[in-house]
Design a protein around this ligand. Sequence first.
Ligand code: 5GP
Ligand code: ZN
Length: 136
Amino acid sequence: MKKDDCIFCKIANGSIPSKTLYEDEQFRVILDMGPAAKGHALILPKEHFANLYELPEEWCGKAFCLAKKMAEQMTQKLDCDGFNLVQNNGETAGQTVFHFHIHMIPRYQEDGQKIGWKPLSPTPEELEAVRAQICG
Ligand code: 5GP
Ligand code: ZN
């Protein structure tokens, strides 16, 4: 299903033009218009899924295989020094476009970018409580 008012549905299906790196029946890979680094790309499914929770399992495997294939090609062609895959779900997690996408961010020495977090310092008991909460 496509969502009429979704910009990534329109881009993925070609009704809004984009700088496309790859396309098949299920996915389009485009350059991000606000890149974190040269070559920052987005993997977009052509069907509308708002986020990872909505993405069907059979699409998950294909999306990750495509990410690997694109990372290999982009690393070779752009001669980058590393790669981040980023995938945001929900406003709190930084998602701004509510159509599932994977950010593919080539990294270069001294690119000045930072993708990270401030590590917390949980006690072993706190870690165990979280483990039990998730697994219980
Ligand atoms: P999010 O914050 O949802 O994980 O990422 C959304 C990304 O989509 C941002 O990096 C933003 O630059 C990119 N973006 C938003 N609108 C467009 C668009 O119309 N075209 C392209 N190429 N990228 C877009
Ligand atoms: Zn959509």
